[in-house]
Ligand binder design. Structure first.
Ligand code: SF4
Length: 332
């Protein structure tokens, strides 16, 4: 189809669910462009707020799982990590690259995001926005509608697919213009800025570093990292103990192929061992730490150990708080 005016052009939007990405989508839609909001799924970002935000604002969200690509990138990012283990520049670039690779599939023309010049110290400085764009491989097709008036004129602007007068000039860390625009666009429900990426959480980061140093960074181990207390017992074995009913259920769901611990005749958490400890000292250590998290139980008790279809029972002696802390992968 011959595209004759700007509204014949369409964009793929990086959609996180946060206010800025929502504004970028809604603003472009209001200006007449067709927009495909895409959420890129990784083990580090809870999808719930994106789903809720899309639903509340009538967006038809496309979801793509980029866990595999993100994992590869995490092993060797081009740029440095943030304060914790958040490689924000590489991460944004990866998302733009994945979105760019979807352009022909969706018959879309360019990419958009809700990034604002100067809003975040690491990932949204003008130079880092350029770096992200360059790294993505789609530099000339990325439009940031909320700040595009302040950025270089690339193909969609130069070719007239996007009218520069439709673009905005937001910059800096203040949120007042975003809130005003939300009101203008009738957006009343959007998530708070908090509650984001696990890679910015220092304890989660410590657990990731542990996986990396033991060469255990894979999808299953990353999924397990979201739940429970984690203990490193030896090179191959970790103990994970649920902190509440929800976590116990999640760990149960993930227990295939792992060793499951449950107290006999005693209420308490679910425990998982990620490997079969060949050394009985390690098994005893695991059981004693596990038993420590049964505060109402006597000093020792029987623990059911289930592996595959087989179960056995073993006595556990309560570990001291110091011993439990010594093996726990946590700053707290
Ligand atoms: S905060 Fe997390 S999801 Fe967001 S860009 Fe950084 S690494 Fe990626």
């Amino acid at each position: 189809m011959l595209k004759q005016n700007k509204t014949d052009y369409s964009a793929i939007a990086l959609f996180s669910g946060g206010l800025d990405s929502l504004l970028a989508v809604k603003w472009m839609q209001k200006a007449g462009y067709k927009v495909y909001p895409v959420y890129f799924l990784t083990p580090y970002m809870p999808i719930e707020r994106a789903l809720e935000s899309a639903r509340d604002n009538g967006l038809d969200l496309i979801i793509r799982d980029i866990t595999e690509e993100h994992l590869k990138m995490m092993q060797d990012p081009e740029t440095s990590f943030g304060k914790n283990l958040n490689p924000c520049i590489d991460c944004h670039a990866l998302m733009f690259r994945m979105a760019g690779d979807m352009l022909s599939e969706l018959d879309a023309d360019f990419l958009i995001s809700g990034e604002v010049v100067g809003q975040r110290p690491m990932s949204q400085r003008r130079d880092t926005l350029n770096r992200v764009a360059k790294l993505s491989g789609y530099r000339d097709l990325i439009i940031r509608p909320l700040s595009q008036k302040l950025l270089r004129k690339n193909t969609p602007i130069r070719e007239g697919w996007v009218d520069l007068s439709d673009m905005l000039d937001f910059h800096g860390r203040g949120r007042s213009r975003q809130l005003q625009l939300a009101e203008e666009l009738g957006i009343t429900r959007f998530p708070s800025p908090a509650g984001g990426c696990l890679l910015t959480d220092r304890n989660y980061t410590l657990r990731i570093k542990d996986l990396i140093s033991h060469q255990q960074m894979d999808e299953k181990n990353l999924e397990l990292l979201k739940y429970g207390r984690h203990f490193r017992l030896d090179e191959s074995t970790k103990l994970i103990i649920g902190r509440d009913e929800r976590e116990n259920d999640c760990l149960e769901r993930l227990s295939d192929g792992l060793i499951r611990l449950k107290a006999k005749n005693q209420n308490g958490p679910l425990g998982l061992l990620t490997d079969d400890p060949a050394d009985p000292i390690i098994l005893n250590l695991a059981l004693s730490i596990f038993w420590f998290y049964h505060p109402k139980a006597p000093q020792s008790g029987i623990i059911n150990i289930r592996q595959g279809g087989k179960s056995k029972e073993h006595e556990g002696q309560k570990a001291s708080p110091e011993l439990s802390k010594q093996y726990r992968i946590s700053y707290d």
